[in-house]
Design a protein around this ligand. Structure first.
Ligand code: IMP
Length: 424
């Protein structure tokens, strides 16, 4: 099977964009299966940095077709901005971008509700990106969501919107003290959007399944990371979809039997943006150093990311729930200047040793991480293109990860550039 799922194995921001971009060189199709414009994949293209939120980074390769699957929630404003940005860069997307007609739309009230709820939750907020993700998935699962296919018929769109707005306007006004939204304005905006995206809308499920039957090379790309998964992550401090590998099947309409391999993208240390438990977080100069060296600021919101040592207990759990068969290890160069590097191998809680990742977020908040200290390599990795030429202690660090997770590290990324990558 020529299909591969790429998942973020931690809390997102592992560098999936670069890995997908790299693997897209040999892929026919790259398909995104969940999330929305909460994601931000930073790409370096022709020496310039830019961020993609919805469109897979495969779009940078002219031979690649890109799919936004049914599991994604689409914000028209973000999508149009991205399409325009790509056109300005001279990247042609006509005939290469396909959007599922079953994908749900982010409506203006989703974004307002997202930020209003976060505001009201104050001390208990999730720390969302404010992109309307949660409220849009709530509507999807409440069966009142508005899908791309609904844009085809003005009457249906108006009916659905009217029904939604009756409820949403009451909530906006009475609970959050916000202004009510005008139905006609939204209908006009979304119909205009429909005209713009019309050329890209198709039955992506049929397209993808046919491509798989034809033996084409397909990459299925998740957004965020496994520990932000609504079922398996640090609930309730999670996103509202399934970034784990299982999400690829439901989010694209491909059967589990069509999945070939599963690659986990793992950052050589840990980061998290937003609130919620983070056992190995470093609130000290080492954490600051990682943030500075790793330029750890959110690609979507610009928020500083929380930083810490690599949590191997969490990673082993992630390998298990995703079925990760190989690891792409990113940003290892950020650890270049440490004399010693720690990795968490077990948790201690109430006098007990935990070797697994607990489901209870309050346990995750209170436990103490137990570390093994490894020797740092304390030198630059610039210019190294061959695994064997890596410093001894870099190889030992990688080997420790492989042995602990029983998973091979098949890609090592040494900088944001495509060129600085070792493929074993
Ligand atoms: P939401 O997805 O905007 O609802 O945010 C829920 C949680 O997921 C928050 O902690 C966000 O910071 C986090 N989150 C959402 N998208 C990303 C991402 O692409 N990278 C890292 N964290 C994310």
């Amino acid at each position: 099977m020529n299909t591969r799922i790429i998942v973020g194995a931690q809390w997102g921001d592992e560098g999936k964009g670069k890995v997908v971009d790299l693997l897209s060189e040999k892929a026919d199709i790259v398909a995104r299966y969940q999330g929305g414009a909460n994601a931000g994949h930073t790409i370096v293209f022709q020496g310039k940095k830019f961020v993609l939120h919805l469109i897979p980074s495969g779009i940078l390769h002219p031979h690649c077709q890109c799919i936004i699957g049914n599991g994604v929630v689409i914000d028209p404003v973000a999508l149009m901005e991205e399409i325009q940005m790509l056109e300005q860069l001279g990247i042609s997307i006509e005939g290469r971008l396909f959007i599922s007609h079953k994908a749900h739309l982010i409506m203006p009230y989703h974004k307002i509700l997202d930020t209003a709820r976060e505001h009201q939750a104050a001390g208990n907020s999730i720390g969302t990106t404010g992109r309307g993700i949660g409220p849009s998935y709530i509507d999807k699962f409440s069966r009142v969501g508005i899908r791309i296919v609904d844009l085809l018929d003005r009457k249906t769109l108006e009916e659905k919107l009217r029904a939604n707005l009756e409820e949403k306007n009451t909530v906006l006004r009475k609970i959050y003290g916000k202004e009510e939204l005008n139905i006609e304005k939204i209908v006009q905006e979304y119909l205009a959007f429909d005209t713009q995206i019309d050329p890209y809308i198709t039955d992506t499920t049929a397209l993808l399944n046919q491509a798989i039957r034809d033996g084409k090379s397909v990459l299925m790309e998740g957004a965020q990371g496994a520990l932000l998964d609504v079922d398996h992550g640090t609930y309730p401090y999670v996103t509202s979809s399934n970034p784990t590998s299982g999400g690829a099947c439901t989010g694209l309409g491909v059967p589990p039997t069509s999945i070939g391999t599963i690659m986990g993208v793992v950052k050589a240390y840990s980061t998290r943006v937003g609130n919620g438990p983070f056992p190995t977080e470093l609130i000290n100069s080492d954490g600051e150093f990682l943030r500075k060296e790793g330029a750890e600021f959110g690609a979507t919101t610009g928020r500083p990311r929380r930083c810490g040592w690599l949590d191997l207990v969490a990673l082993r759990y992630s390998v298990m729930i995703n079925g990760i068969s190989e690891i792409a290890l990113t940003k290892i160069d950020v650890l270049n200047n440490f004399e010693e590097i720690k990795v968490c191998t077990e948790y201690h809680l109430d006098g007990k040793v935990l070797k697994y990742f607990p489901a209870d977020s309050s346990q995750l908040e209170t436990l103490t991480p137990h570390y093994v200290t490894l020797k740092g390599w304390n030198t630059s990795l610039a210019g190294i293109t061959n695994y064997d030429n890596l410093p001894e202690y870099t190889k030992k660090y990688i080997q420790f990860i492989e042995e602990f997770t029983e998973t091979k590290v098949s890609i090592v990324s040494l900088s944001p550039s495509r060129e600085d990558t070792i493929i074993r």
